[in-house]
Write a protein that binds this ligand. Structure first.
Ligand code: F6P
Length: 535
């Protein structure tokens, strides 16, 4: 198969980029009074405005041709049909089946997917009701006032984000806490706020072998045991895992083990029992509303024609900036404190899915794939890196995510979101500065080039439904990118080596092993760590 960059559709799109590279955003708007409407679409509670990006209608059309050439929507249908498109792990990718019933009618290993999901959901509801209705927990008794969720990566980021986004101060559920890092500082800070007699521990790990999670789980269980004794401590632990055998060996009784399936990737697992802390925090009905919001976006992704398909549209513009504009990063600025963890969530979703260098057949790629994703909530980011956005030497596309909740200071919040995007579009030239009386010597320093691209995503409020829709939108955005890049977004072999090196280095740092086989820098750091001279 020829490289993607040699295909007709790629070369045609590249030709459009070359032909329009010098056209500014303001010129694009001047040439097309309908541009804003032409580049704006809405679905499932979300409006995306891509008019402030450097694509002419013809360039956008060439990107749809590229999507057609790469059969992106055909791959979508194969994913939905349960094909093993996660080819290197020989697995289907059926996270949609966790929330969209019609996607769950498939059978995996003879078991209906939706039946397994429904059973797990029913078990989740039982556990949630026990806690939220204040029923005594287990033989030891005592009501649960605090839920401690232990996990990392996909076993942490989604639940953490959803709890931050959906939990209101007035909520009457338990307090939900998260620890992920193996740094004891994180768990010590949380433990200090817990009463072991009223604490429930959730150990979330698909493999039940992640070093950080097991270390934190051991410490949490010891905390409970110190107050309640070993038996009661064990009763207060729930495991969410694909390895029930390991959870059982660790001491979790079967009735407190919730399943994870190998057809759900960790970073796609919020909709699975991994979402238990969300249900604990806001109630099972709102967790199911979160899933329903994602299902609404699933149906849009499944049914909408390419030109109106939000995930596909976002992915095509991403490809334009990554591969034709050579932008090495994309900035994500959610103008909502409750979405402050969204950049972190998207880092894993996008960079662990598409940070690849070989195609699905193992051929090395001669084109770029996932850019670096970073960002911070607005308006805070304006006081951190917007200088770079406005006057830096790099031009990075920026996603401005706003929540339509008119009134009070949220009008000002939205004004910042929209105003910053307008400023990045138009900039401010030296003539304007001259007319404003700015001294000539200062004008170069105060000039803003503008012509900096942004995409605005506007949510109809921040509800379980719109959050679900937003996260599903990004799952499908990542999928569409991957299908054009011809890569597998569902494996993550790249995380293995670092983990192996870390596991091997622990005994060496403790003086239980020899650093001789390590590189000189690591040997020096080990020596210094153990109190000796660097080398
Ligand atoms: O980062 C590597 C990774 O395997 C992620 O894909 C996963 O979400 C995370 O570690 C945690 O893995 P587990 O849920 O198995 O503990």
């Amino acid at each position: 198969m020829s490289s993607l960059t040699g295909t007709p559709a790629w070369r045609d799109a590249a030709g459009h980029h070359e032909a329009t590279a010098g056209i500014t955003l303001e010129e694009l708007f001047a040439a097309d009074p309908e541009r804003a409407a032409r580049f704006t679409r809405s679905a499932a509670g979300i409006t995306i405005d891509q008019s402030k990006t450097h694509l002419t209608p013809a360039a956008m059309a060439s990107m749809f041709d590229l999507a057609h050439q790469e059969d992106v929507l055909g791959w979508r249908d194969r994913m939905l049909a349960g094909e093993r498109i996660n080819s290197t792990e020989d697995r289907p990718a059926l996270h949609m089946a966790l929330r969209t019933p019609e996607a769950g009618r498939l059978k995996i290993s003879g078991e209906r997917v939706d039946a397994a999901v429904d059973a797990a959901r029913a078990r989740m509801r039982e556990l949630v009701d026990t806690v939220r209705l204040g029923r005594p927990w287990g033989a030891y008794g005592g009501v649960i006032t605090d839920v401690l969720h232990i996990g990392i990566g996909g076993s942490d980021l989604g639940p953490r984000l959803a709890c931050e986004a959906l939990t209101a101060p007035a909520d009457d559920g338990p307090r939900v806490h998260f620890i992920a890092n193996i740094d004891p500082a994180e768990r010590d800070a949380v433990f200090a706020r817990l009463d072991p007699a009223h604490t429930l521990v959730i150990v979330a790990s698909k493999t039940f072998s992640t070093l950080e999670t097991l270390a934190n789980a051991r410490a949490a269980r010891d905390l409970l045991a110190s107050a309640l004794g070993e038996t009661a401590a064990g009763e207060r632990c729930i495991a969410i895992t694909g390895r029930a055998d390991r959870a059982r060996a660790w001491g979790v009784a079967d009735e407190r083990i919730l399943p994870l399936w190998d057809w759900v990737g960790g970073r796609y697992s919020l909709w699975s029992p991994i979402g238990l802390p969300v249900a604990m925090a806001v109630g099972m009905d709102r967790f199911e509303a979160l899933c329903a919001g994602a299902a609404a976006m699933d149906r849009h992704f499944r049914d909408a024609p390419a030109e109106d398909n939000l995930p596909l549209r976002l992915a095509l513009v991403d490809i334009w900036y990554t591969n034709f504009k050579a932008a090495g990063c994309r900035v994500v600025v959610p103008y909502a404190h409750r979405l402050r963890s969204l950049p972190h969530y998207l880092q894993q979703l996008e960079m662990e899915s598409n940070g690849k260098s070989v195609d699905r057949y193992g051929h090395p790629l001669d084109y770029a794939t996932a850019p670096a994703i970073w960002g911070q909530e607005g308006t805070n980011g304006q006081h951190a890196f917007f200088q770079w956005l406005h006057q830096g030497s790099w031009c990075a596309p920026c996603d401005i995510i706003a929540v339509r909740e008119p009134g009070g200071d949220r009008d000002a919040l939205a004004a910042n979101a929209f105003g910053q995007a307008a400023a990045l579009l138009g900039g401010r030239d030296q003539e304007t500065l001259r007319r404003a009386g700015v001294p000539e010597s200062l004008r170069p320093h105060r000039t803003m080039q503008g012509d900096r691209p942004t995409t605005t995503l506007l949510l109809e409020g921040l509800t379980p439904e719109t959050l679900g829709s937003l996260l599903a939108l990004h799952e499908h955005r990542v999928f569409c990118q991957a299908m054009i890049w011809r890569i597998n977004p569902f494996d993550q072999w790249g995380v293995e080596l670092g983990k192996e090196r870390a596991d091997a280095l622990v005994p060496v740092l403790r003086g239980e092993g020899d650093a001789a086989g390590w590189d000189a820098s690591t040997r020096g750091l080990v020596a210094r760590w153990r109190g000796g001279e660097f080398l």
